[in-house]
Ligand binder design. Sequence first.
Ligand code: HEM
Length: 273
Amino acid sequence: MSASPVTTPLSAVAARWLKWSGALWFLVAAVGQMAFIGFICIYYGSRTLSGDFPAWNDKPLIDGYVEGDPLGNGVFAIHVLLAAVVTLAGLMQLIPSIRRRFPRLHRWTGRLFLALAGLMAVSGIWLTVGRGTFLSEVSAVAILINAALILVFGGLAWRSALARRFEAHRLWAMRTFMVVSGVWFLRVGLMGWVLVNQGPVGMTDEMSGPADIVLTFGSYLIPLLVLEAYLRASRSARGGIKIVVALGLGLVTLFTALGVFGTVVLMWGPYLW
Ligand code: HEM
């Protein structure tokens, strides 16, 4: 992500703050997403490769493996294993040095990312609506909107790349990354919230409490808002706006780091070691 040209020394400092705060957030998010990929490969990869499908449910799931449901189990397996690939491809797309030094690789991982994002959304919709896997109506609506945004934003990113409108492509690709990361943001948000409050305040087992509702819709709407604030501040000539957004991103980074810690230590770790 790059900031626009600046004119005064103060706005040059502000632009640097903004750029580095964005880079720091991305670094923390990349560590957290690598942990997500690691968890998927170790937990689901080992159980799937060894054919021990019922062991998917060693950790709490809504459905996961269901006896006598080969179609549902098959879609679940594809969905969950491709989750690792789409997350890795999304991360690779946003690393500037890969974009600059290996443009062919960037184009191919970009196609893979957008195609898999679409497949994840469609398989997720089928699991939610076709298989009926959801905790509450409100959480189902939230994730279905997430799926719709993945399909729309991914389509726009693809179309603008084909039309060689690269600035529009860059914007839609970043928005697609945010909504594809919605399920990861949700886990980070849930754990961050629990750690900040020292308990599941405003949460229920069906994910229908007030905090659950804010977090399920917020898992993609808040990242999209933060991204828009970052992009607008980057384009703005006003140093003050850049500083405010950089400080806000600092807080977001702290919360993200806390949530990543929670997912690794409390959510995934207990099922790995
Ligand atoms: C595109 C990014 C997505 C990723 C990376 C992703 C990742 C995952 C993972 C890792 C699981 C296993 C559950 C766990 O261990 O916590 C899962 C399950 C599931 N996902 Fe997704 N998912 C994505 C998108 C979606 C979408 C858009 C929907 C719905 C429209 C969806 C619906 C589901 C459902 C219903 C399950 C089954 C949960 C269960 O049986 O307990 N996913 N997903």
